[in-house]
Design a protein around this ligand. Structure first.
Ligand code: SF4
Ligand code: F3S
Length: 106
């Protein structure tokens, strides 16, 4: 499966949603996650993300490993997002800020 990692938080560009053939993405207030059951590993989403937040599970940076479980967990409770929308208003400001897990809203 592919995994959305920390740099999506407070950005949520949603370019990823547009290219996913199997509607894997689920939306929370300031973060998206991938449903590992729906993901077919097509790899289309990763290069679309302006925040470079999407990785294959076997290529996850070590400090992002916990996002594998977090994606699976939140995909069960958040609704599917099938159409892209505007990024969060301060997306540019928050891109690459680091240490954003503390800001995750559920
Ligand atoms: Fe969707 Fe493909 Fe990305 Fe999986 S790898 S989330 S199927 S676009
Ligand atoms: Fe997030 Fe990147 Fe998609 S910022 S919403 S994973 S395009």
């Amino acid at each position: 499966t592919y995994v959305v990692t920390e740099n999506c938080i407070r950005c949520k560009y949603t370019d990823c949603v547009e290219v996913c053939p199997t509607d894997c993405f689920h939306e929370g207030p300031n973060f998206l996650v991938i449903n590992p059951v729906a993901c077919i590993d097509c790899s289309l989403c990763a290069p679309e993300c302006p925040a470079d937040a999407i990785y294959a599970d076997n290529e996850l940076p070590e400090d992002q490993a916990h996002f594998l479980e977090l994606n699976a967990e939140l995909a069960e409770v958040w609704p599917v997002i099938a159409e892209p929308k505007s990024p969060l208003p301060d997306a540019e400001l928050w891109n690459e800020q680091g240490d954003k897990l503390q800001f995750l809203e559920r």
